[in-house]
Design a protein around this ligand. Sequence first.
Ligand SMILES: C[S@@+](CC[C@H](N)C(=O)[O-])C[C@H]1O[C@@H](n2cnc3c(N)ncnc32)[C@H](O)[C@@H]1O
Length: 237
Amino acid sequence: MVIEKKPLHSIFTAVPDRYDLINRIFTWGQDAKWRLKTARLCLSTQPVKILDLCCGTGDLAITLAQLAPSSAQVVGLDYSPPMLEKATAKAARVQLKAKLDFIHGDVGDLPFPDEYFDCIGISFAFRNLTYKNPNTPRYLSEIVRVLKNGGQFVIVESSQPPNKLFRILDHFYLRTFVRWMGTYLSKNKAAYVYLTESASKFYTAEELSDLLAQSGFNAVTVKRLLFGATAIHVAIK
Ligand SMILES: C[S@@+](CC[C@H](N)C(=O)[O-])C[C@H]1O[C@@H](n2cnc3c(N)ncnc32)[C@H](O)[C@@H]1O
């Protein structure tokens, strides 16, 4: 299988200082609540080894480590050094060192043995791995490889509202307010054109469930949030 060298890497190494604030503005503060829901779903099966895949500035990993029992071990992985620097600084402020590690790595070549994790969570990055990404099959097979049989893969990601009117409004919001404000606040137009185009054209919840089923997951359930503009998929290996 040919792996293209790090698609989107330049977008995610040019992280604006206000990255977290920008996300909060665009989701009207809901992104933190959605990560909390995701963390609770991850922890519902009492996993011990937990991976936050594409952890970015670390919010899901930190929430998982805060809520998990002391026996749990949480790892956040990302291929962007500036994202990991922010994550590490944030974790140091809440003193979670014993339970939480951040490591540099690529989803295409995960540095873990087969069936290592009881649970894998991913927040707002599965689209990056699967929207017009030539490495998607490799990423999915790596995720399946490092997850234990019976383990959960929990994905919170933008989705498509099933109602046509809400879908039109959602896409309008993305292509106007999010694109313009994102470009203005981050000074990185390419990043916000990519974000808004990929989110507008991304899979429906049903299509994403089919992709997961075809990739080796046995059961997939979906929870829709905000009229379906965001969804949490829980896939069991
Ligand atoms: C939109 S950000 C989401 C970050 C974080 N999970 C959150 O909830 O805010 C996407 C993250 O995925 C990371 N990423 C994208 N492709 C990756 C890959 N192939 N391997 C590792 N990290 C990747 C980027 O560096 C970035 O931090």
